[in-house]
Write a protein that binds this ligand. Structure first.
Ligand SMILES: *[C@@H]1O[C@H](CO)[C@@H](O)[C@H](O)[C@H]1NC(C)=O
Ligand SMILES: *[C@@H]1O[C@H](CO)[C@@H](O)[C@H](O)[C@H]1NC(C)=O
Ligand SMILES: *[C@@H]1O[C@H](CO)[C@@H](O)[C@H](O)[C@H]1NC(C)=O
Ligand SMILES: *[C@@H]1O[C@H](CO)[C@@H](O)[C@H](O)[C@H]1NC(C)=O
Ligand SMILES: *[C@@H]1O[C@H](CO)[C@@H](O)[C@H](O)[C@H]1NC(C)=O
Ligand SMILES: *[C@@H]1O[C@H](CO)[C@@H](O)[C@H](O)[C@H]1NC(C)=O
Ligand SMILES: *[C@@H]1O[C@H](CO)[C@@H](O)[C@H](O)[C@H]1NC(C)=O
Ligand SMILES: *[C@@H]1O[C@H](CO)[C@@H](O)[C@H](O)[C@H]1NC(C)=O
Ligand SMILES: *[C@@H]1O[C@H](CO)[C@@H](O)[C@H](O)[C@H]1NC(C)=O
Ligand SMILES: *[C@@H]1O[C@H](CO)[C@@H](O)[C@H](O)[C@H]1NC(C)=O
Length: 636
């Protein structure tokens, strides 16, 4: 089919290449062609799955990604919206004000009666990093609590505790983070006060494990705000690795996971500090930088990793979150949802808002990431919908967007659980949501670049492109900055550059296992080749375990049953055949893998990228501390 397409399609595209209308004729043309040829992409039984094959997110010669209904009956049954769960029924007893760069912690006398009728006393402590040599990122110091009355001037991060004097009971505890201008930051501001250039700022707001479709399902109010404000979605944004680390590192460094480990081994001390992460480039160019993430133990650079020896950004909120996790916590879906009277997620949103508002007139690069209300459950984000909407509303109306690129995104969709046994779950896992807000000033100053970005809405894109785009923002901001190609993806370009209509997953350095550009059709699980492939996959898993010298710790797997088996549909630009299998083993684990099949004298298989683990495994992988091995090991 694609064979007869290019001629006509190219004409359509070239003719209308610079007009905004151009996408529609292309889609229309493809729709006709596909329907005529009866080609079903990402094939599944019709009765089993209502897939409307005339709808695509991306429809280019080497990439077709179906546009599935977020409320497809197959997934609707998993959809159970939740209400917001507050962490305290009372109004917070303390709050912070900031005047002339002086932050003051106050006791809210109006709400005192709801806490106690008696006399009470409050004290506060500073929270700082404990610069422990071996684990500089892991520990915090909380100074002795010093009593104060009414109010007190504070710096950085504090913990506050109040008790009822009569009963001796603790009536309140909380933590606060304040963003005041430090000396070093003031110096940066001075540089820009003197300067004639007016650089663009960058704000990342990330929520872990939310697919594009799950955003539509579980964050409808948020979605509406994005639509109303014309934020640009990248509907074909395909993840490049399994979990957060590879996908975030790809954005920050342009490296793939194995190269990131070899260049910036996060398991070794000081390595990330010297890793060429893009925020260091922004920092060097006098941007004010910030980074915050909730759920400290699973933080992107800390989960079974060493993290940073020196704070990587001017404002680094890890100690604040660690301090907040010392408060009374309420766990939800195995996450530290409530840290004292506030949800951890709202703490991140509050910091993000404070950060961008404090430095609204200066160039900033900030990265905010939330895990606690989304990591383990596809429904739990629903409760936070109005909070996220409110945050985006506030940021939108604050004027910050006039000068700031906001990248609102996730790293991947839900990686495990029931939804992953469905074809739609396969697709969702690989297609996280991403929306970009572009400053009006940029649209005016760089109309061609903006139009190119707009075209990317319906093209295959990935985190490496984003890495190139961040560098391009520095160039377009007027800095003498030399862009570096992504080592993992030398062909990846800034999203402001021309669109490559013929882009394939190979061009985008997306391994077949994660690639959503090509469909799969069902094949009998009893097919000899499929059975051989399943044995091959299990043997590869055993090899991983063996390479980690863990055969004695981890059970040996056998194939118990093949839950799903499919074979790739072919694209004319390559003749490879892939099998995609979901295998249940004995002892019980569920793996998903993609293998390349070479039909030669004897069956030959080759893994194409990582192996996914679809069931929850934390309960029986406790015998190992190795994050990678945990995914494979069933402790004996
Ligand atoms: C498929 O989608 C197209 C375009 O959105 C729509 O016109 C058509 O009615 C849909 N078909 C089915 C069977 O849902
Ligand atoms: C609070 O303390 C003051 C002086 O220490 C005392 O006069 C007052 O009665 C106390 N109030 C209550 C409600 O216990
Ligand atoms: C907290 O640190 C500041 C200096 O950063 C200091 O002035 C203040 O006394 C400290 N407060 C406590 C309770 O230790
Ligand atoms: C702190 O409290 C004192 C005494 O109640 C008051 O006079 C002062 O204005 C307060 N400071 C601030 C910054 O609100
Ligand atoms: C800004 O300009 C002033 C006056 O020209 C100069 O004194 C100061 O050193 C400059 N500051 C920086 C950070 O360049
Ligand atoms: C830009 O930087 C390069 C290398 O750092 C330098 O050679 C060049 O002169 C600079 N150009 C301008 C216009 O400052
Ligand atoms: C990762 O990137 C390096 C170059 O940085 C490349 O040599 C290697 O093949 C890539 N690995 C994978 C699995 O794509
Ligand atoms: C297995 O499937 C392949 C691909 O569809 C087919 O060519 C082959 O004949 C099948 N083998 C058997 C034994 O059915
Ligand atoms: C794929 O196979 C067909 C038929 O065997 C052949 O004509 C074509 O050149 C092959 N394409 C590629 C890219 O290898
Ligand atoms: C492998 O090749 C043989 C002989 O050409 C053919 O019968 C068989 O169906 C092929 N298997 C697959 C899985 O394509």
């Amino acid at each position: 089919m694609i064979d007869h397409m290019p001629g006509s399609v190219y004409k359509v595209v070239i003719i209308c290449g610079v007009s905004l209308m151009c996408f529609i004729p292309v889609l229309f043309y493809n729709k006709q062609t596909l329907t005529e040829k009866g080609s079903i992409f990402f094939t599944v039984d019709d009765d089993d799955f209502s897939f409307n094959n005339s709808k695509y997110l991306v429809s280019t010669p080497k990439c077709k990604i179906p546009d599935l209904d977020p409320f497809d009956p197959k997934v609707r049954k998993f959809y159970h919206p939740e209400k917001y769960t507050p962490c305290s029924k009372q109004i917070l007893l303390t709050y912070v004000t900031k005047i002339d760069n002086i932050a003051t912690l106050h006791i809210d006398s109006d709400v005192v009666p709801s806490y106690t009728k008696n006399n009470f006393s409050c004290c506060y402590s500073n929270i700082t990093r404990q610069e422990n040599k071996n684990n500089p990122d892991d520990n915090i110091k909380i100074t002795p609590c010093v009593a104060f009355k009414d109010n007190v001037t504070i710096h950085n991060f504090v913990m506050v505790k109040c008790k009822d004097i009569k009963t001796g009971k603790r009536i309140y505890e909380n933590t606060h983070a304040v963003i005041t201008m430090k000396k070093e930051v003031k110096r940066k501001m001075d540089v820009f006060n003197n300067n004639t250039i007016n650089p663009f700022s960058v704000l990342f707001v990330g929520i872990d494990s939310i697919s594009r479709l799950n955003l539509l399902r579980s964050l409808p109010l948020t979605h509406q705000i994005l639509v109303d404000n014309e934020w640009l979605p990248l509907k074909g944004y395909n993840k490049i690795g399994d979990n957060t680390f590879p996908n975030v590192m790809a954005i920050l460094t342009g490296f793939n996971e194995s190269y990131a480990y070899s260049k910036c081994d996060p398991k070794k001390l000081n390595k990330l500090d010297h890793c060429p992460m893009i925020w260091f480039d922004f920092k060097k160019l006098n941007y004010i930088t910030g980074y915050a993430e909730d759920e400290a133990w699973i933080n992107t650079f800390n989960y079974k990793k060493k993290g940073f020896t020196e704070p990587p950004t001017d404002y680094y909120f890890r100690p604040y979150i660690q301090g907040s996790e010392k408060l009374k916590m309420i766990r939800k879906n195995e996450m530290n949802y409530c840290t004292g009277p506030e949800t951890a997620g709202e703490r991140i949103l509050n910091i993000a808002r404070d950060f961008v508002l404090t430095f609204r007139d200066y160039p900033t690069f900030s990265f905010f990431w939330m895990n606690t209300f989304s990591h383990n459950d596809i429904n739990s984000p629903t409760g936070m919908d109005s909070k996220i909407k409110h945050f985006l509303d506030e940021v939108s109306s604050s004027g910050v967007l006039d000068n700031t690129f906001v990248i609102f995104l996730s790293d991947h969709g839900m990686r495990f659980g029931e939804i992953r046994y469905m074809p739609i779950g396969w697709l969702e896992e690989r297609l996280p949501f991403i929306y970009i807000s572009v400053p009006e000033r940029f649209k005016r100053q760089f109309p061609v670049e903006y139009r190119n970005l707009e075209e990317k809405r319906h093209h295959l894109t990935n985190p490496y492109d984003l890495h190139m785009t961040l560098q391009h923002i520095l160039v377009l901001s007027g800095f003498n900055y030399t862009m570096r190609t992504s080592t993992a993806c030398p062909k990846c370009k800034s999203l402001f550059k021309d669109t490559d209509f013929e882009r394939s997953c190979e061009d985008a350095a997306i391994e077949q296992h994660w690639c959503t550009c090509a469909g799969y059709s069902p094949i009998s699980p009893n097919n000899r080749t499929v059975l051989d492939a399943s044995e091959y996959i299990i043997s590869q898993i055993q090899e991983i375990i063996h390479a980690k010298r863990s055969d004695s710790k981890c059970a040996k797997y056998n194939v118990n049953k093949i839950i799903a088996s499919s074979i790739s549909e072919t694209f004319t630009y390559k003749n490879d055949t892939y099998f995609l299998l979901v295998i249940e083993t004995q002892p019980k684990a569920v793996f998903e893998a993609t293998v390349l099949y070479k039909n030669e004298t004897k069956d030959e298989f080759l893994l194409q990228g990582g192996i996914s683990r679809l069931d929850r495994y934390s309960w029986h992988s406790r015998c190992t501390d190795d994050a990678y091995l945990k995914k494979f090991c069933y402790c004996r």
